[in-house]
Design a protein around this ligand. Structure first.
Ligand SMILES: [Zn+2]
Length: 242
C-alpha cells in the first residue's frame, strides 16, 4: 500500500501509521535487507513487513498486565509466571513499571503499545481468559512453575507446616488437608482444596498449548509441566493472612 512520508518519518512510524503496533510485526526489510524501525524512510522505498514469529524470545519472562486483564493475571500466576497487575493503574504507570522492571506489557489496547519507552509489549487478542492464557503461552513459551506464586498478589509461595498456619484456618480445613503454602508477601494461606481439579486442568491446558507449537522439542526441558501440582495445588479459597 502506498504510504506518504514527509521525508523525516521513520520506517517504524510508517508501519504504525497503518494502525499496527511494531510489537505485533516481525522483521522490516527494504530491498530484501533488514532495517531498523528507526531508519528514515526514503521516497520510493518498498518496505516488506514480515509476520512475527512465535515463540517470541524476551529478555526476561516477567509481565505487567493492563487493568482489563485481571482474570488472565490470576491464571498466569497459577502457572508461576511473574505477573504484575493492579486493578487500578493509569497507562503511564503501566509503561513506567514495564520499563523499571523490564517487564513485557500485555494489553488489550493497541495505543498503549505505541509508547516509545516500552521495552517489550504484546496485544492480547482473545476475549476469554482461558484463550488469552493460551495465546500468551504460545507467543512467549514461558517456563512454568505451577502453584509457586500467590494468585492474589504475585508473591512467592513457600510450604507451611499445618501447625504454623493453624490459627488462620477453619477447623474443617485443618482436619481435611495436610499440605499448606503461605505467601511471603501477603501471608495468604493456600491448600489443596475444592478447586484443585480445575487448577490441574488449567495447567494441563496451558501445557498442551505450549507444546502445540514446539514439535521441535524446543524448551521441552522439563520446566513445562505440572509436576508440582501433584503434591500441591493452590486454592483461590486461601485465607487472608493479616
Ligand atoms: Zn500473596
Amino acid at each position: 500500500m502506498p504510504l506518504g512520508s514527509d521525508g523525516t518519518a521513520t520506517v517504524g512510524h510508517l508501519v504504525e501509521s497503518t494502525g499496527v503496533p511494531l510489537t505485533e510485526v516481525g522483521e522490516l526489510r527494504i530491498g530484501g535487507v533488514r532495517v531498523d524501525p528507526r531508519r528514515t524512510a526514503g521516497a520510493g522505498d518498498v518496505l516488506d513487513v514480515l509476520p512475527a514469529t512465535w515463540p517470541q524470545r524476551v529478555a526476561h519472562e516477567r509481565f505487567v498486565l493492563d487493568v482489563h486483564l485481571g482474570a488472565l493475571a490470576r491464571r498466569m500466576r497459577l502457572l508461576g509466571l511473574d505477573t504484575a497487575y493492579r486493578t487500578h493503574a493509569e497507562d503511564p504507570e503501566l509503561v513506567a513499571q514495564a520499563v523499571a522492571e523490564d517487564r513485557v506489557l500485555l494489553t488489550r489496547d493497541r495505543g498503549l503499545l505505541r509508547r516509545r519507552a516500552l521495552p517489550a509489549g504484546a496485544l492480547v487478542r482473545a476475549d476469554r481468559p482461558d484463550d488469552q492464557l493460551a495465546e500468551v503461552v504460545r507467543r512467549f513459551a514461558p517456563a512454568f512453575a505451577p502453584f509457586t506464586r500467590c494468585p492474589a498478589c504475585n508473591g512467592l509461595l513457600v510450604p507451611a507446616a499445618p501447625e504454623a498456619v493453624a490459627d488462620r484456618l477453619e477447623p474443617g480445613t485443618r482436619r481435611s488437608y495436610v499440605e499448606f503454602s503461605r505467601c511471603l508477601e501477603c501471608g495468604r494461606v493456600y491448600w489443596r482444596g475444592a478447586h484443585a481439579a480445575r487448577l490441574d486442568a488449567l495447567v494441563a491446558a496451558a501445557t498442551a498449548s505450549a507444546l502445540k507449537d514446539q514439535g521441535s522439542g524446543e524448551r521441552r526441558d522439563g520446566r513445562i509441566g505440572g509436576s508440582r501440582g501433584a503434591s500441591f495445588g493452590g486454592s483461590p479459597g486461601g485465607i487472608r493472612g493479616r
